[in-house]
Design a binder for this molecule. Structure first.
Ligand SMILES: CC(C)(COP(=O)(O)OP(=O)(O)OC[C@H]1O[C@@H](n2cnc3c(N)ncnc32)[C@H](O)[C@@H]1OP(=O)(O)O)[C@@H](O)C(=O)NCCC(=O)NCCS
Length: 202
């Protein structure tokens, strides 16, 4: 590992582009409870979340779970922050997570959502790209070779995020009710190994 993944002060930064504001990714904090509760009132988010947060108590429990998982080193959830619309103060725009991580295990999973007010501005793909780079930089040395992204077949917006971030379609998953009543897609991105140059040496 060439990074300290357990550092709860970890920050990942995504530079602004001519058309999109900068993003900051940092671990969730208990201070985020009110914003998270508000964001999770959105029916679209609830529809696609396996485990939607429906009360302040749920939300606090979820935040404590994220803290514990950071410390255990098996799940790394980041709040995605950006400026609000029309230059308003920084606020939570989304969430990205690296999960099912274990030393020596070749694969892990990624997940994400974007707050309703921030959708359609490329927040999820830009944040996912940052998470992907960090995951391979941090865990590539200890065997992480592949990241999997799962979504239900009718979640077209999530499928677009996968495509835009270079997670290639890999296979169909059978339905697994009640959480996944329809088929799913698995998209995959592989560790970007440098090309082997030996064959060029002649
Ligand atoms: C899927 C999701 C994370 C995409 O996040 P995002 O930050 O809006 O990502 P993008 O801006 O790249 O938009 C992705 C696609 O969403 C659709 N989209 C665009 N504007 C949108 C809007 N205002 N509202 C909803 N969807 C929109 C488009 O199909 C877009 O693809 P395109 O760029 O090819 O047009 C977001 O829609 C979301 O949070 N959905 C609910 C939770 C969820 O589905 N999570 C993933 C579970 S697998």
């Amino acid at each position: 590992m060439n990074d300290r993944p357990h550092d709860a002060n970890r920050r990942l930064e995504v530079a602004a582009t001519p058309t999109a504001p900068a993003l900051v990714l940092r671990p969730w904090s208990v201070a985020d409870v009110p914003e998270l509760v508000e964001i999770h009132r959105d029916p679209v988010l609830r529809r696609w979340s396996v485990d939607p947060l429906t009360s302040p108590d749920d939300t606090l429990r979820w935040l404590r779970d994220q803290e514990r998982s950071w410390a255990d080193g098996d799940r790394f959830a980041f709040a995605v922050l950006t400026d609000g619309p029309e230059g308003a103060a920084e606020r939570v725009a989304g969430h990205v997570v690296l999960k099912e991580v274990a030393a020596g295990k070749p694969s892990a999973d990624v997940g994400y959502w974007t707050a309703a007010w921030a959708r359609g501005r490329g927040v999820a793909p830009r944040a996912l790209e940052a998470l992907t780079g960090w995951a391979f930089d941090t865990f590539g040395d200890t065997g992480l070779a592949r990241l999997d992204l799962l979504h239900q077949v009718d979640n077209a917006a999530s499928c677009r995020v996968a495509e835009k971030t270079g997670y290639a379609f890999d296979r169909l998953l059978p339905p697994a009710p009640p959480a996944f009543p329809r088929e799913g897609h698995v998209h995959t991105r592989h560790f970007p190994r440098l090309p082997r140059l030996g064959h060029l040496a002649g």
